[in-house]
Design a protein around this ligand. Structure first.
Ligand code: OGA
Ligand code: MN
Length: 221
């Protein structure tokens, strides 16, 4: 198992360069304190506010016809980000820099971002999965930002990451601490959310490829 420090870029690199480098070498990377505490705090407050106003719903699995709600696989609640606050705009700006760097250095062709807040209540989990099922949802790169101030190790809730689709040994586990950003390849890095004893807040996002063809405008308008 890697130490998280081992997954960061070498000395003298910026956090952004470290992420891109880790992604190139391992297919995933972890950056603690990637976003400022004030921004992360504002995002957490926003999630709490939306939750109080009933904007979170039990998460689904799969897309369109295949879509189902199966609490044996995941039991978190989610709320899509629509870019309707200053904090969300600042987050999108930071993630846009990541998108551009990844496209420039790794030629990934990342196009659109879709993202949601997620709340895992005590005991909630998301079993081992990859984010791009058979590549059919166009998701190329996954990002997860944690929003939990003063998270304690003993609370659980770690993100467990495997290094490749059929791997049996774990690559690393990430504590869901406020400001930590995790990025990984959507089609080839299995991961799992372990149950926690406390409420656990995160934002998960996916950069998709452009699926536009002659008779299908992506995204649909
Ligand atoms: C997901 C996911 C991880 C997390 O929503 O697909 O894997 O730690 N989330 O919230
Ligand atoms: Mn996932």
């Amino acid at each position: 198992m890697h130490d998280n420090a081992d997954l960061l870029g070498g000395a003298g690199t910026t956090p952004l360069e470290g992420l891109v480098d880790g992604l190139a070498r391992h297919g995933f990377a972890v950056a603690p304190d990637y976003f400022p505490a004030a921004l992360v705090g504002a995002l957490r407050e926003e999630a709490r506010y939306k939750d109080r106003h009933g904007e979170f719903h039990l998460a689904g699995i799969g897309r369109r016809q295949a879509r189902q709600k199966d609490t044996r696989v995941r039991s978190d609640r989610t709320c899509w980000l629509k870019g309707d606050s200053l904090a969300q705009c600042q987050l999108f700006e930071g993630l846009e820099s990541l998108r551009l760097a990844v496209n420039r250095d790794l030629f990934m062709g990342l196009f659109e971002l879709e993202s949601h807040f997620a709340i895992y209540g005590p005991g909630d989990f998301y079993q081992r999965h990859v984010d791009a099922f058979n590549g059919n949802n166009g998701r190329l790169l996954s990002v997860v930002l944690y929003l939990n101030e003063s998270w304690q190790s003993g609370w659980g809730g770690r993100l467990r990451i495997w290094p490749e689709p059929d791997a049996t040994s774990v690559a690393t586990e990430v504590e869901p601490r406020a400001g930590t950003l995790v990025v990984f390849l959507s089609d080839s890095i299995p991961h799992e959310v372990l149950a926690a004893t406390q409420e656990r807040y995160s934002i998960a996002g996916w950069f998709r490829r452009n699926n536009t063809t002659a008779d299908w405008l992506d995204p649909p308008r």
